[in-house]
Each structure stands twice: as C-alpha cells, then as structure tokens.
Design a protein around this ligand. Structure first.
Ligand code: HEC
Length: 120
C-alpha cells in the first residue's frame, strides 16, 4: 500500500477517536464541578435546602439510585428556578450541558422530559 494511504487511514482513525472522546467526556468531569460550584453551598454536606443534598449524588444516572434527585435537578435547572435568582447563575453553556446531559441519561431508561411528553 502506498504510504500516503496508510497515513491517511491512521490520521482518520485518530481524528475519529478524538472526536468520540470529546463528544462524551465522563460526566464527573463537567457535571460534578458545576454542581459543586453552583449548588453545594446550599445542597451540600452541611446545608441541605429543600432536603436536597447534591454532594453525594450518583453520576451514573441510568444505573443509579438517584433518578428522582436527577429529575428534580433537571426540572429546576431547565426552568431556571435553581440556583435562586440572587445567586451565581450557571453560564448559558453550563445550563445547556446540564439539561442535555441529564435528559439524555434519563431517556436511556425511559424517563425524563421526552418520556413525560409521550405519556401526555
Ligand atoms: C442560595 C442557596 C441555593 C443554591 C445556591 C441552590 N439552591 Fe436549590 N434550593 C434552595 C432552597 C432554599 C430550596 C427549597 C425551597 C425552594 O424550592 O425554593 C431549594 C430547592 C431545590 C430543589 C427542589 C428540591 C425538592 O425536593 O423539591 C432542587 C432540585 C434544587 N434546589 C436544585 C438545585 C441545583 C441543581 C442547584 C445548583 C445549580 C441549586 N439548587 C442551588 C437553595 C439553593
């Protein structure tokens, strides 16, 4: 095989690998720091407003035991009710990432907004 074909194949493979991994970084890499930064002061180990703690939430939504907690978070974050309006708000991007990621994880197990819409 001529050399340039092989190196093209390798380059494509590397590109595909990079793209696949950047499309789906582990949840803990972006979700946990955001919750930590924006929510932990009121929903952490010390304070648990609304009886909700987020410091020990299981990021494995689909296989985890925290489905209901995630559904509430999704609701609050998507309607913009949390964090409270006089507190530091997530950036538009952080809010989008949270909403999209939680929704898609819930969808895997037939929960979340799309599943709710289907029931109506
Ligand atoms: C300044 C304090 C504060 C911050 C920061 C905050 N919350 Fe809250 N949260 C509250 C309070 C107080 C309540 C209970 C009363 C209410 O619902 O307004 C609450 C309630 C909630 C509830 C509803 C719980 C239930 O069982 O109904 C959810 C879900 C929630 N917060 C998620 C979040 C998320 C996610 C963040 C971060 C993006 C966040 N909160 C940041 C104060 C806070």
């Amino acid at each position: 095989m001529p050399h340039h074909h092989l190196s093209f194949a390798i380059a494509s493979l590397m590109l595909a690998t990079t793209m696949a991994s950047s499309a789906a970084p582990p949840a803990s890499e972006f979700i946990v720091p955001v919750l930590q930064e924006l929510c932990a002061s009121c929903h952490g180990e010390k304070k648990q407003k609304g009886k909700l703690a987020l410091h020990d939430i299981n990021v494995n939504i689909a296989g985890g035991k925290d489905i209901e907690r995630w559904e509430k978070i999704l609701e609050m974050v998507s309607i913009g009710d949390m964090p409270p309006e006089d507190e530091t708000q997530p950036t538009k991007e952080q809010r989008e990432v949270l909403v999209e990621w939680i929704s898609s994880e819930l969808e895997k197990i037939g929960r979340g907004p799309t599943a709710v819409q289907r029931q109506l």
